[in-house]
Design a protein around this ligand. Structure first.
Ligand code: THG
Length: 369
């Protein structure tokens, strides 16, 4: 079968790092927030191994920032999410499910507080800007909402602290998980957070101004030569092993945060006002009928999951698999899926209908890593 190519044009936006990706041998892209996101350099498997042993620099400019500023910024941010932001402090990053009036997931961004009247919403792949602008206008809030020229660049892998310290100074080592510090690079103040879309540790630098992209990239590669630094991107194998969710793949507007396993980010909802509260309170009282689970799928390496694969238990529909790939480390296909309550207990044996036929699959309560 022919693997189709992606036609790239002005709509599939380039990033400040695109030229460097070409020079570093990028082999595949996906499109995320209408922007190119590199997915493969050497191979998914080789990239995964290197991520787990060394350090990588990732072009995640597609994690677009939506800036909300003005006297009503805090009120608008709280309207967007069931997570209680009442105690959010400057310098904090919070994983914030965002829902519509039915409690359906619109996005699962990281929200950063830059000041009492200024926030960045670091979005996953959906046009959240339009929803936020519409809400601000409809509610008559005193805010400005736009997409600044900010392009995150991630440093990920076990040697991340050493690499980041060489470019930003020893202060990076003191940055707490999901906190950011403002550090200097060539005379510019940049936000550097301890976060990223892998479980291998690392940082995200919010490159504020596209012209800084190549100088920062080059500084990281010059400083990291002996650390074996390489270009990378969110790695499909590692993110499935880690159980990191992908909006549009593992969850959509059809799912609530509880179904997505994000109920732990939905506390004290009686104390706050947000769109979808009544629907979510009702849903939480009933309990979700299905929930995200990690799964191991038996047999040979499977092709990519391009449409949901039906899952069955005792001949009955038991859910669907939405992401899957071969894991060399676990010597099985690893997967993420949405599984019905009757079948979601740890160790449950089910069947999944893949493009390569029926396979047996085992439900896991926890992710592989
Ligand atoms: N970093 C930033 N922006 C982003 C992402 C990111 N925007 C798009 C996308 N990724 C948003 N989705 C996620 C999903 C998972 C995590 C972060 C963003 C994540 N989760 C950790 C976990 O599940 O273990 C920690 C969550 C927590 O405890 O708060 O890191 O990666 N800037």
């Amino acid at each position: 079968m022919v693997t189709p190519l992606l036609s790239i044009s002005r709509r599939t936006r380039q990033t400040p790092f695109s030229k460097r990706l070409g020079e570093n041998g990028v082999k595949a892209y996906t499109v995320y927030n209408h922007m190119l996101l590199p997915t493969v350099f050497e191979s998914l498997e080789a990239d995964c191994r290197h991520l787990k042993t060394d350090v990588q620099v990732w072009d995640v400019a597609c994690e677009r920032q939506i800036e909300v500023r003005g006297p009503d910024a805090a009120r608008l941010l709280q309207m967007l999410t069931p997570r209680n932001l009442g105690k959010m402090a400057f310098g904090q990053c919070l994983y914030t499910p965002m829902v519509d009036e039915t409690g359906g997931m619109l996005n699962d961004p990281v929200t950063l507080k830059l000041a009492d009247d200024r926030y960045w919403v670091s979005i996953a792949d959906s046009d959240l800007l339009l929803w936020i602008k519409g809400l601000a206008y409809g509610l008559g809030l005193r805010v400005e909402v736009d997409e600044p020229d900010v392009s995150p660049l991630a440093i990920q892998g076990p040697k991340s602290d050493d690499l980041a310290a060489r470019v930003f100074g020893e202060a990076v080592r003191d940055i707490g998980f999901f906190r950011f510090a403002v550090l200097e690079f060539q005379g510019h103040d940049l936000m550097v957070s301890r976060s990223g879309y892998s479980k291998q540790g690392g940082f995200e630098i919010y490159v504020d101004g596209g012209h800084l992209g190549e100088p920062l990239w080059d500084a990281l590669f010059a400083a990291g030569k002996d650390l074996n630094v390489r270009a990378g991107g969110p790695n499909l194998i590692e993110r499935i092993e880690a159980g990191l969710l992908s909006y549009g793949n593992d969850m959509t507007r059809q799912n609530t945060p509880y179904e997505c396993g994000l109920g732990k980010f939905c506390h004290n909802q009686n104390d706050i006002e947000f769109v979808g509260r009544d629907a979510l309170l009702r849903h939480a009282a009933e309990g979700p009928a299905r929930q995200i689970r990690s799964l191991a799928i038996a047999g040979e390496a499977l092709p990519p999951c391009r449409s949901a694969w039906p899952v069955y238990g005792n001949g009955q529909r038991a859910g669907q698999v939405t992401s899957a790939t071969w894991s060399a480390d676990f010597q099985t296909n690893v997967a993420i899926g949405m599984i019905e309550q009757a079948h979601w207990q740890d160790g449950a044996r089910l069947e999944v209908e893949t493009p390569d036929g029926m396979r047996s699959t085992t439900v896991k309560e926890k992710s592989f890593i």
